[in-house]
Ligand binder design. Structure first.
Ligand SMILES: Nc1ncnc2c1ncn2[C@@H]1O[C@H](COP(=O)(O)OP(=O)(O)OP(=O)(O)O)[C@@H](O)[C@H]1O
Ligand SMILES: [Mg+2]
Length: 460
């Protein structure tokens, strides 16, 4: 029987940040057929077929690892779905491929250097799948008894001196006496009797595999994963697969107190006393990783960095990006911008398409999003209303569609929620035409707002 493998998804996402998904929650992917052709309406997307197909090709290239070190640039007017496309790419890639979104302006932090912010994102976008054979104690937890002793030094009563656990497999049973540190880990993972767990023999790291089959309940809806009672001995060698990123490894090596299980992977690298991720540390981590790849222990999974509003970066960042793209372990980069010709930030006179210097533009595949017509706006509004659980009265969809065509798709979408509040205030469950009318009096779209101010100030 092949050794059981335990997929771990926690590491890749441990460093993940909250994403800006809410306005895009209706997008579930690119909506492409198996032959790569876009259906006009699929996966929450409406239209934008050419751009979706182009993104589909990029997804295929990323999956087959042929696009690292290259860049895709999404351009188009505001509200034409560039951010939505990038998020769809992430969904198509799946959770195993790291996807690291950021906004151009995030580099302007007062605490961290601009280039450092970029470097870190790029490191988090390189995944590593590590296969390790570890010596473990695995089984269903049958007993968990912490032993307390009086602590003579502190006045605070008792401390846990050790913990006794019982582990059961199909073949046998074993009782282990473990360090109190492991008891803490057990509490942290919320492990209880009846869970299948394993304890790594060398590091003492504890992992919960799932709940033992024997405890499976008859409810259909449950988040619990049930696993069979492990076969073989309690004490054995087991193949473990872990997904981590270079960013995780950098951080774990810079601050060696945390990341118990990551540390076991990189054990050879730990040097205490480091508190900062330096370029030197990164090179060292890379060297170790290369060694693992050569031995066939680890596999590199290049992911994607998404930089939205890329025109917000300055010339220093752009130069650094060129260098990052050329490094041997580079992820795929997706940029998005709604600017046409613009001044490159940080220069006084360099005007360039999209505010991106030409040498970086030269490395980009450019995909343009098209403006929407009224029918397409109507469809997106309808999709969004469905997701937000809003009901539209007669004529409302048509009204919103013409608003969207006049101003922008985003404006039409933004009217939806406040209009639904107006409707519920008036005790209706459906958004009516008058709610939209009132919204238009209360709120302005960008063009109207600018015209009004312009005419008042005599700027027109
Ligand atoms: N083709 C589409 N199908 C469905 N929803 C769409 C489509 N295009 C855009 N949307 C939705 O419209 C809204 C605006 O789109 P998005 O934020 O992607 O625009 P953008 O091109 O990134 O604009 P900006 O340049 O202002 O950043 C989002 O809620 C997005 O999910
Ligand atoms: Mg956007």
């Amino acid at each position: 029987m092949p050794p059981a493998t335990v997929p771990s998804t926690s590491a890749t996402h441990s460093a993940g940040r909250s994403s800006r998904i809410a306005p895009h929650s209706h997008i579930r992917g690119l909506g492409l057929r198996p032959d790569g052709i876009a259906d006009t309406e699929a996966a929450g997307f409406v239209g934008q077929n050419a751009a979706r197909e182009a993104c589909g090709i990029v997804v295929e290239l990323v999956k087959s690892r042929k696009f690292s070190g290259r860049a895709l640039l999404l351009t188009g007017a505001p509200g034409t779905g560039k951010t939505a496309l990038a998020l769809a790419i992430a969904q198509e890639l799946g959770v195993r491929v790291p996807f690291c979104p950021m906004v151009g302006s995030e580099v302007y932090s007062t605490e961290v250097k601009k280039t450092e912010v970029l470097a870190e994102v790029f490191r988090r976008a390189i995944g590593l799948r590590i296969k390790e054979t570890k010596e473990v104690y695995e089984g269903e937890l049958t007993e968990l008894t912490p032993t307390e002793t009086e602590n003579p030094l502190s006045g605070y009563g008792k401390t846990v001196s050790h913990v006794v656990i019982g582990l059961k497999t199909v073949k046998g049973q074993k009782q282990l006496r473990l360090d109190p540190g492991i008891y803490e880990a057990i509490l942290k993972e919320k492990i209880t009797v009846g869970d299948v767990i394993y304890v790594e023999a060398n590091t003492g790291a504890v992992k919960r595999v799932g709940r033992s089959d024997a405890y499976a309940s008859s409810y259909d809806l449950e988040s619990e994963t049930y696993v069979p009672l492990p076969k073989g001995d309690v004490h054995k060698r087991k193949e473990v697969i872990q997904d981590v990123t270079l960013g995780d490894l950098d951080a774990a090596n810079a601050r060696p107190q945390g990341g118990q299980d990551i540390m076991s992977v990189m054990g050879s690298l730990v040097k205490t006393g480091r508190t900062e991720v330096t370029e030197k540390l990164r090179r060292e981590v890379e060297k170790v990783v290369k060694g693992y790849v050569e031995q066939g222990v680890a596999e590199v999974v290049p992911g994607v960095v998404f930089i939205d509003e890329v025109h917000m970066l300055d010339v220093e960042c752009f130069t650094y990006l060129n260098a990052l793209l050329e490094s041997p372990m580079a992820p795929t980069v997706v940029f998005a911008t709604n600017r046409g010709n613009a001044l490159v930030r940080g220069t006084t006179d360099v005007i360039s398409p999209h505010g991106i210097p030409v040498d970086l533009l030269d490395r980009c595949l450019i995909v343009k999003t098209e403006p929407y017509d009224k029918a397409q706006v109507a469809k997106v509004v309808q999709v969004r209303a469905g997701v937000e659980g809003l009901r539209l009265g007669p004529g409302v969809l048509d009204k919103l569609a013409s608003e969207g065509e006049r101003a922008s798709l985003r404006y039409a979408l933004q009217l939806l929620t406040p209009a639904s509040i107006l409707a519920s205030v008036s005790g209706r469950r459906e958004i009516a035409l008058e709610d939209i009318g009132e919204m238009n009096e209360l709120f302005l779209d960008a063009k109207t707002s600018a015209t009004k101010i312009g005419s008042v100030a005599g700027l027109q």
